[in-house]
Design a protein around this ligand. Structure first.
Ligand code: ADP
Length: 669
C-alpha cells in the first residue's frame, strides 16, 4: 500500500511553466534543473518542502496525489485511522474541530486521532536527549524536509540527526499498540515531504499513506460531505496535550519544556528557506555550538505547502494557539498522564541514511569560462540581478557547471544578444534590399544590352551606307547651295544616329572586362585631359592613393570617368562651378569620387538616372546611356557606384558626387 518512494513528489507541467525562474529562487535544495527552457524538479535532489508549489503563479507544479490509495484503504476490510496534524486549525478556519472530525469520519475512517499525542511523546524523548550526555549535539527531526536536506546535502551530519521518530510516526505506533498492528494509518497534514516520510524505507510501514489538507478537501468535496449536516464528533483517544503547538515554530521546545536560551545558546531554532540552510551549515562548521538545533523548513508547519487557506502567518498561528489553549483548559490531566505512561516504553527510535546528492564544484578557471560564455568578461558585468533565480552570477555559473542551469537564463545577457541580433538583422536587411536593387538594375541592363546590341548591329550598316552616299553627293561641285545644305543636315543627323548607335554598342559590350595592372592616378588624369572643360568650371584633382596600381580595364574606366565628367560639366555649364576628383584606397579597393557644384539631382529622378535612355537633357544633347553604361562597367568590375546629392541650397552647397569603388584585384571587394 505504501506508495513507491521512487514516485516524484513534485512534477512540472511543461505546458504551464512560463520559465519565470521563481521556483529556482525559492528552492533551498537547488533541486530544479532548467533544460531546454523548462524547469524540471529533480526528485533525487528534492526535499519536498513544496516552496516551488507555493510560489508558482502558473500552477505549473503538480504534487504527488495519494487520494486513490486512501480510497482503497477505506474500501478494505481492515480498520483505518486518520491521524490529523496539529496545524489543522490553520487550514480549517471558522470550523469547529468536532465538525471536521465528523466530516472525516463520514469518509469512512474508523478512528480519527490527533497527532498532538504523538507530539507529546516525541517531546518527552527530546527532553531525555537533552538531559543525557552533554557532548552530543542534535538536529531535531520533526520536519521531514530538513531530514531529507541533511541526508542529501550534509551527509556527514546524518549521525547528528536526533534519533527520534516524528510525531506522525509516534502517533501511528501508539495507535497500533492500542488497536493492533493491522490498523492502517492515513496521515492528514500540511506537508508534502510527509508523503516521502510515510514511504521511507527506513521506517517499518508505520504510516500507510500521507495526504495533504488540500487532498482531504478534494475528498470531502467529491464525497459531497456537507459540514452543516454532518454529525459532530470528538477526536478518538489518546488525546494530545501541549503537543498541539508543534505546528508553530518553537512549539516542540515548549512542549518539551525546553527554552531557547539566548545566553547559553544551548538550544537554537531556525526556520524558513534562507535561514535553515545557514543554520545547518553553521551547526556543521562549529559557528553554532548549540546542543539542539530545531530547524523547520517552512515558517512552521502552519505555512506548509499542503495548506490551501490563504490567511497570513499570524492569523493561522492565532487559530492554532487558540485551539491548543481551549483544549489545554479542557484536558483531563490524569487520563493524559496515564496514556503517556502506557506508551512510555514505545519504541520511538529512528536511524537516518545518508543519500549524498552534492555535485562537484567547478574550478576557478571553469567558473571564469562559464561567466565569459554568459558575456561577463569583467567584474562589473556581473549584475547579480537575480533574474535567473540564483542570487549571484557566480551561483548561476556554478549551477551551469553542475548541469542545473543554462547560460540562456541570464536575462541581461539575453537582452544584449537580442539587441546585437536585431542590429545584425537590420544591416542584413539593408544589404539585402541593396542587393535586390542591384539585381533588378543588372537584369534590366542585361536585357537592354541584348536589345541594344541587336539594334546597333542592324542600324550601323545602313547608316554607314547613308553617310557614304551623302558624302559622295556632297563631293559634286555642281550641286546648288540649297540642296547642299539639306545634304549637310542629313550628314549631321546621320552622325547623331551613329553616336547613339556607338553608345548602344558600348552599352552592349560592357560584359567583356579586360583587366590589366593600371595606374589609377594616370587613368584619371588622362580622362580629364581628353575632355575640354567649360571656361566657367575649374577642376581640382586630389590623389590620395597609397598604391595607385589596380587590375582594371583601363579603356572602360576611362569611359566611366568621361561619362561622369561630361555629366558634371553639363550640370555646371550655366552657372559655372568646380569639378573635384578625389582618389583614395584602402588596400583591397580603390575609390574615385567625382563631385560637381551643379544644381544636384532631384529626388524624383534619382532612382532612374542609371536606367538606359533616361535623360533630362534636350533632344540631341543626351542619349540617356552614359550612366547606364557607367553602372554596367562598374558592376562588371565587381565594383560599386553610389551617388549623393543635394538640391537644397538652404541645407548646404548643391551638387552631386558619384563615388566609384573598384576591387584592386579580381575577386577582392
Ligand atoms: P545623359 O547624360 O545622356 O542624359 P546619363 O545616363 O549620363 O545620360 O544621365 C542621365 C541623367 O542623369 C541626366 O540626363 C541628368 O538628368 C542626370 N545627371 C547625371 N549626372 C548628373 C549631375 N552630375 N548633376 C545633375 N544631374 C545629373
Amino acid at each position: 500500500m505504501t506508495p513507491s518512494p521512487n514516485m516524484p513528489l513534485v512534477k512540472t507541467i511543461s505546458e504551464r511553466c512560463r520559465v519565470c525562474y521563481t521556483c529556482i529562487r525559492e528552492c533551498p535544495a537547488k533541486a530544479i534543473r532548467v533544460a531546454e527552457g523548462q524547469a524540471h524538479v529533480l526528485d533525487e535532489r528534492c526535499i519536498g518542502c513544496g516552496n516551488c508549489v507555493r510560489v508558482c503563479s502558473q500552477n505549473a507544479k503538480r504534487v504527488l496525489t495519494n487520494i486513490n490509495q486512501v480510497r482503497m484503504l477505506l474500501g478494505g476490510q481492515t480498520p483505518v485511522a486518520a491521524v490529523i496534524a496539529p496545524s489543522f486549525p490553520a487550514e480549517f478556519a471558522g470550523m469547529d474541530h468536532a465538525t471536521l472530525v465528523g466530516m472525516i469520519r463520514t469518509l469512512g475512517f474508523d478512528y480519527v486521532n490527533e497527532v498532538a499525542f504523538g507530539a507529546d511523546l516525541v517531546a518527552g524523548r527530546y527532553r531525555k536527549l537533552l538531559d543525557g550526555s552533554a557532548d552530543r549535539r542534535y538536529i531535531a527531526t520533526t520536519c521531514p524536509a530538513i531530514i531529507r536536506f541533511v541526508e542529501r546535502y550534509h551527509p556527514e551530519m546524518v549521525d547528528q540527526l536526533a534519533p527520534v521518530v516524528s510525531p506522525m510516526v509516534a502517533t501511528a505506533r501508539a495507535l497500533k499498540r492500542l488497536h493492533g498492528d493491522g490498523l492502517r494509518i492515513v496521515f492528514i497534514g500540511p506537508c508534502i515531504a510527509k508523503k516521502a516520510e510515510a514511504a521511507s524505507n527506513s521506517l517499518n510501514d508505520d504510516v500507510d499513506v500521507a495526504i495533504t489538507f488540500a487532498e482531504l478537501r478534494v475528498m470531502l468535496l467529491k464525497e459531497g460531505v456537507d459540514p452543516s449536516t454532518v454529525q459532530a464528533s470528538a477526536f478518538d483517544p489518546p488525546h494530545g496535550g501541549l503537543g498541539r503547538v508543534f505546528a508553530i515554530n518553537g512549539g516542540m521546545l515548549q512542549t518539551a519544556g525546553v527554552a531557547e536560551d539566548l545566553l547559553t545558546g544551548h538550544v537554537v531554532t531556525a526556520e524558513g528557506r534562507s535561514s535553515f540552510p545557514q543554520a545547518i551549515r553553521a551547526f556543521e562548521n562549529g559557528d553554532l555550538d548549540s546542543r539542539l538545533l530545531e530547524v523547520l523548513c517552512c515558517n512552521g508547519c502552519i505555512m506548509g505547502a499542503g495548506v490551501t487557506n490563504e490567511d497570513g502567518y499570524f492569523a493561522r498561528r492565532n487559530r492554532v494557539s487558540q485551539y491548543a489553549r481551549q483544549q489545554a483548559e479542557a484536558l483531563d490531566a490524569d487520563r493524559w498522564r496515564a496514556a503517556m505512561t502506557d506508551m512510555a516504553d514505545l519504541d520511538l527510535n529512528r536511524r537516518f541514511v545518508a543519500n549524498d546528492q552534492r555535485l562537484a564544484m567547478p574550478s576557478r578557471e571553469q567558473i571564469t569560462r562559464i561567466l565569459q560564455d554568459m558575456g561577463k568578461q569583467r567584474a562589473e558585468d556581473e549584475l547579480n540581478c537575480g533574474a535567473c533565480g540564483y542570487d549571484t552570477c557566480l551561483e548561476h555559473a556554478i549551477a551551469i557547471h553542475k548541469g542545473l542551469a543554462e547560460t540562456d537564463m541570464c536575462l541581461p545577457n539575453t537582452i544584449e544578444r537580442i539587441k546585437a541580433t536585431m542590429t545584425e538583422l537590420t544591416s542584413t536587411n539593408r544589404e539585402l534590399a541593396e542587393t535586390r536593387e542591384q539585381l533588378i538594375q543588372s537584369e534590366k541592363l542585361a536585357s537592354m544590352g541584348q536589345l541594344a546590341a541587336g539594334i546597333a548591329h542592324e542600324v550601323n550598316n545602313p547608316l554607314s551606307v547613308v553617310l557614304m552616299y551623302t558624302h559622295l553627293l556632297l563631293e559634286d561641285e555642281s550641286l546648288d547651295e540649297k540642296l547642299r545644305e539639306d545634304l549637310r543636315m542629313v550628314v549631321d543627323q546621320a552622325g547623331r544616329c551613329r553616336k547613339i548607335v556607338g553608345g548602344l554598342l558600348d552599352f552592349a559590350r560592357q560584359n567583356k572586362v579586360v583587366r590589366q595592372p593600371t595606374d589609377v592616378r594616370e587613368t584619371v588624369d588622362h580622362a580629364l585631359r581628353m575632355l575640354s572643360h567649360p571656361d566657367n568650371v575649374c577642376v581640382s584633382v586630389r590623389h590620395d592613393l597609397d598604391d595607385p596600381i589596380a587590375e582594371i580595364d583601363r579603356d572602360q574606366i576611362i569611359q566611366v570617368l568621361t561619362n561622369l565628367f561630361t555629366n558634371a560639366f553639363a550640370a555646371m555649364t550655366e552657372a559655372g562651378g568646380t569639378l573635384t576628383v578625389r582618389t583614395g584606397d584602402d588596400g583591397a579597393a580603390v575609390r574615385i569620387e567625382v563631385s560637381d557644384t551643379g544644381p544636384g539631382i532631384p529626388s524624383d529622378i534619382l532612382g532612374k538616372i542609371f536606367d538606359p535612355f533616361f535623360t533630362t537633357k534636350q533632344i540631341g544633347k543626351g542619349t540617356g546611356l552614359g550612366l547606364a553604361v557607367t553602372y554596367g562597367i562598374v558592376k562588371m568590375h565587381r565594383g560599386d557606384i553610389a551617388v549623393t546629392t543635394n538640391t537644397n541650397p538652404g541645407v548646404g552647397p548643391t551638387g552631386a558626387t558619384f563615388a566609384v569603388t573598384l576591387p584592386r584585384i579580381e575577386g577582392d571587394v
